[in-house]
Design a protein around this ligand. Structure first.
Ligand code: GLC
Length: 538
């Protein structure tokens, strides 16, 4: 029989590593590439592993670390904090040995202000690199060229004393936006992509993708009066960011990147997408329609943004799935390095239900490191804050704290002093302890992932929602006559469900305690319980 080609991303489970916080193999207090290599067996390759199929590594390029790597000073080198190119090559080799794909975070919209390109660009108005960044003269009164805002607050324009022009920075002033309207910039970025693809990386997560094209006339973003009243005048929310991002060439730019991937077998890229539209679903679907969907897909963040209500999730997932065409890859996630952890947002018990949802929906699920243990945000004192983006008093450090490996000092993350504090509950919440506990969060994730890896229904079957009332998210995944019914109790009270003429066998409960029981007629879902039931209609 001819072997059917299945691209790696189809049905894969991807695990995000925030490299500073995963594992420090050198005693510096900061995680590194050798640390990731040392922990590959934890991630995949054998029956005891978590079983993920791919890792996405947040940026590891040379960087002054103003935004912890999202400010790149050399797109084709590794920051010494993390190691060197040889460590990276070893990481790719060792990951591939275990059938783990390697996805790099690629940061095309902006570099560091310490990148040699920007150093040259800012040196004079006629420097050949001037047009590699976005420079504008002040308005007649000396003020900023337009009302665009930095995602981190304040104007997106910074005056450069030397040439008395402003440069654009959609994030920190230390992250000047590259000028993607300049073909030389596009070529340079594609060359950087090829560098990593040649080293064997399997794909990219494209950072801040929406900013790759801006309004060609640099018009002000419109201010919505209504919104500004609703949010008490918060300018970030009151402004509709329709000119400062999501410009007319956005999809051309992403397609240009997919053209690079196309030259290599079996590669994939995932765009960080935040469509600025009232209809989020249409916004996400635009990406699928416009950008080669064989080679890319947008990450949707609704798992993080939606309230934890079955009805809210059902409305979103049903409409989103209805928009999926053959070849589209839906991507769901419950957490990342920018957002409060799922167990903190909805509680540890509901986070188990969320895990069952994430790992039984179609497409490519993303897991944020530590969420498999139910790690929560760690309170960070003012003195310990490291993230430059500190929203009133609170940055993103709380969700970036060291991975909790065991009960030894610093949760076994480092032999040095960890760069961020370790959670105080690490004696209970850690890999070593949870591996011994058959009903732990770790074991739930592991069982769900192993189940998914062995189930072509979950990897590539259809999705159909089934209504069991407002508090239950119910859906059926099917392939031919083989079906799985997933029932998720979003509440913390018991719920009775009538299966009618359906009956089946329980494959997995999120409590991990009643597998293989027969399910028919009236069944009881315990608080926050999720079930995967193999069903037949008879
Ligand atoms: C993305 C990243 C975030 C970073 C920003 C600027 O949103 O996820 O961590 O600060 O881009 O690169």
């Amino acid at each position: 029989m001819k072997h059917q080609y299945i691209p790696w991303h189809e049905g894969a489970v991807i695990y995000q590593i925030y490299p500073r916080s995963f594992y420090d193999a050198k005693g510096t207090g900061i995680g590194n590439l050798q640390g990731i290599i040392d922990k590959l067996d934890y991630l995949g390759g054998n029956q005891d592993s978590l079983g993920v199929n791919a890792i996405w590594i947040s940026p590891i390029y040379t960087s002054p670390m103003a935004d912890f790597g999202y400010d790149v000073a050399d797109y084709t080198n590794i920051d010494p904090i993390f190691g060197n190119i040889n460590d990276f090559k070893l990481l790719v080799r060792e990951a591939h040995k275990r059938s783990i794909k390697v996805v790099l975070d690629f940061v095309p919209n902006h570099s560091s202000d310490e990148h040699p390109w920007f150093v040259q660009s800012q040196s004079s108005i006629d420097n050949p690199k001037r047009d590699w960044y976005v420079w504008r003269s002040p308005k007649h009164d000396g003020s900023v060229p337009n009302n665009w805002l930095s995602a981190f607050g304040g104007s997106a324009w910074q005056l450069s004393e030397k040439t008395q022009q402003y440069y654009l920075h959609s994030f920190l002033a230390k992250q000047p936006d590259l000028n993607w309207d300049n073909p030389a910039v596009r070529e340079a970025m594609k060359t950087a992509m090829r560098f990593w693809l040649d080293l064997g990386v399997d794909g990219f997560r494209i950072d801040a993708a929406d900013w790759l094209s801006k309004d060609l006339q640099f018009r002000d973003d419109p201010v919505s009066q209504q919104l500004s009243q609703e949010v008490g005048g918060s300018e970030q929310v009151a402004i509709k960011h329709v000119h400062s991002r999501g410009g007319p060439h956005l999809f051309d730019r992403l397609n240009e990147m997919t053209q690079v991937l196309k030259k290599y077998p079996d590669r994939f890229m995932i765009a960080e997408a935040h469509p600025e539209t009232d209809n989020k679903i249409q916004g996400y679907l635009q990406y699928y329609k416009a950008v080669n969907s064989q080679l890319s897909a947008p990450l949707n963040f609704e798992g993080i943004y939606l309230p934890w209500k079955a009805s809210a999730f059902r409305t979103f997932i049903d409409a989103f799935q209805a928009g999926m065409q053959p070849g589209y890859t839906p991507i769901y996630t419950m957490g990342n390095h920018d957002e409060s952890r799922v167990a903190s947002r909805i509680g540890r018990r509901a986070a188990r239900t969320a895990a069952m949802m994430l790992l039984t929906l179609p497409g490519l699920p993303f897991i944020y490191y530590g969420d498999e243990l139910g790690m929560t945000d760690v309170p960070i004192s003012k003195e310990q804050l490291r993230d430059p983006f500190t929203k009133p008093g609170k940055g993103r450090d709380g969700q970036r704290t060291p991975m909790q490996w065991d009960t030894t000092a610093h949760a076994g993350f480092t032999e040095g002093t960890p760069w961020l504090p370790v959670a105080s509950d690490y004696h209970l919440v850690n890999v070593s302890t949870q591996s011994q506990d058959p009903q732990s969060s770790f074991n739930l994730f592991k069982q769900l992932i192993h189940f998914r890896n062995g189930s072509s229904i979950l990897k590539s079957g259809t999705y159909r929602s089934v209504d069991y009332g407002k508090d239950i998210l119910g859906y059926e995944r099917a392939q031919g006559t083989n079906k799985l019914l997933i029932l998720l109790n979003f509440t913390s009270t018991e719920k009775q469900i009538n299966l009618g003429r359906l009956q089946g066998q329980l494959q997995l409960s999120s409590y991990l305690d009643r597998e293989n029981s027969v399910m028919s007629k009236r069944i009881l879902l315990r608080p926050n319980e999720g079930l995967i039931i193999g069903v037949s209609d008879d």
